[in-house]
Design a protein around this ligand. Structure first.
Ligand SMILES: *Cc1c(COP(=O)(O)O)cnc(C)c1O
Length: 475
């Protein structure tokens, strides 16, 4: 193949070709970008010819020039593809951490866009005409929504935990039950974040049981805090015991300056118990039990943008706001806009109707059944075997691990390819479709599919099932 080296055209020859103009127009890129990519591809092909790694068969159908242009086209198409992009979540898992957790309400999206487009009063007090604080913008709404004396917002809940430990318990002892030393999503570990913060972890109790006296016996003059962590992504069952927040509060009240802080993880503002889903307490119930501080995510059950919300006693929140780290962990105007509108939706009683997270978790069987029927009807294809089934979906995002909500799904077998191959093709389709696999079948769970996505979903399946020249396919 080395003789082909002499056939590699110089870049300037390609630059003056019609094809160059066509490519420039197609991808709307300046000439110099295209020249650079041509040069890269020529270099790569030269190397492959020298190493003899370029497939000989390619030359049965294509000339060297064709191959160069195909690769240039491919690289430009890849570049043009949005890097962060919407995917169709067919897993049924509403709070899918890998798929961006909560979807925002239309109202929240509108508010974010409006604030992003113009200047804003982010740190400007319009009443007094002087510098304001971004902490003041939605504190009132947070207090209203949680019943707390004071509140603030940081980048995410991990940041909230870190700030609280660092600002209030550095070089002091923090008591945590061994049953609550959790790891969430592989990157948040209570013990590690504690170490990082400079607070000293004091473990009490056992994995399955921790009693009030365990906490009581661990209190020394160096104890600053009792931390209760919501065991978000697992459930201990059987012979278990943990101490209720109000008992910890009573215990702490017998000691000066002992803070009770609860990391709620998800922190729900909607009472899922009222629709018989799980036993997650609402934030207000925890605040009412008298804890000093709680923190929770903005983009889990709350259904808002990524954020960490801290609520509780004014004394502590004031200290947190003043800490240098609060500046490091602060949120931007878009987050505040999205969170503000999400909170307003709760306060106006519209969560079930307007917040996609809540709406999807309580989505009715009838709607999902309709979608499943529509899908099966429209996807009528010889190569496909489709079955409608009743099953369960998970809430996800490390929330309500023991709760399975009844759902309607369709199982799919595509003749001639494995479920894994079908899933791989769907994932690489534009728009990508992310599915579950169960018993060697691809599963589409309609809990997380919106009506407006149905058309793309069906088109995506038809597209990947009927295409036969798939490259780079693994089993
Ligand atoms: C999810 C979670 C966190 C981390 O929250 P992020 O908002 O993802 O940073 C911390 N603690 C608990 C208990 C959680 O469930």
């Amino acid at each position: 193949m080395k003789h082909l080296l002499r056939e590699i055209p110089p870049v300037h020859e390609l630059q003056v070709s019609d094809k160059f103009q066509q490519v420039m127009k197609k991808f709307d890129q300046p000439a110099q970008n295209i020249t650079k990519i041509i040069q890269n591809q020529i270099n790569a092909i030269r190397e492959e010819l020298i190493q003899e790694t370029l497939s000989k068969q390619l030359f049965n159908n294509y000339s060297l020039i064709d191959i160069i242009w195909q690769r240039v086209d491919g690289q430009l198409a890849d570049f043009a593809q949005e890097k962060i992009t919407n995917v169709i979540n067919a897993t049924g898992t509403v709070l899918h951490t890998n798929l961006g957790r909560a979807r925002l309400s239309n109202q929240a999206i509108d508010h974010i866009v409006k604030v992003a487009r113009g200047y804003s009063n982010l740190e400007y007090n319009l009443k007094e005409g002087k510098r304001g604080s971004r902490h003041d913008i939605i504190e009132g709404l947070l207090k209203e929504a949680t019943g707390a004396e004071a509140a603030m917002v940081v980048n995410n809940n991990a940041a909230a935990v870190y700030l609280i430990l660092r600002a209030l318990a550095k070089e002091k002892e923090v008591i945590v039950s061994r049953g609550q030393l959790v790891e969430i999503g592989g990157s948040f570990r209570v013990s590690s974040i504690m170490e990082e913060s400079g607070a000293h972890l004091v473990e009490v109790g056992t994995t399955n049981k921790t009693h009030l006296y365990d906490y009581e016996q661990a209190i020394t003059e160096d104890t600053r805090m009792i931390l209760k962590v919501h065991t978000s992504n697992f459930k201990t069952i059987g012979f278990t015991e943990s101490v209720e927040t109000d008992s910890l509060v009573s215990l702490a009240n017998q000691h000066q300056q002992l803070i009770v802080y609860e990391d709620l993880g998800s922190g729900s503002l909607f009472d899922f118990k009222s629709v018989r889903i799980g036993d997650e307490p609402v934030v207000r119930e925890i605040i009412n039990s008298g804890v000093d501080l709680v923190s929770f995510s903005g983009d889990k059950l709350l259904g808002g943008p990524q954020a960490g919300i801290i609520a509780g006693k004014k004394e502590w929140i004031a200290q947190l706001k003043k800490h240098q780290l609060a500046r490091v962990l602060r949120v931007d105007k878009m987050t505040l806009a999205g969170l503000e509108t999400t909170l307003r939706t709760y306060l106006a009683g519209g969560a079930e109707e307007h917040l996609p997270t809540i709406r999807d978790i309580i989505k009715s069987r009838e709607i999902m059944e309709d979608q499943a029927n529509q899908f099966v009807h429209q996807l009528n294809h010889d190569l496909l075997d489709l079955q409608i089934e009743e099953s369960f979906s998970q809430v996800g995002g490390g929330t309500m691990p023991d709760v399975e909500v009844p759902t309607v799904l369709v199982t799919i077998i595509s003749k001639g390819i494995t479920a894994q191959q079908l899933a791989n093709r769907l994932r690489q389709h534009v728009p990508p479709i992310v599915v579950r696999i169960k018993d060697d079948k691809v599963v589409v769970d309609f809990r997380t599919i919106e009506l407006r996505e149905m058309e793309d979903l069906v088109a995506g399946f038809l597209d990947v099932v009927t295409k036969n020249n798939v490259t780079n396919e693994t089993t």
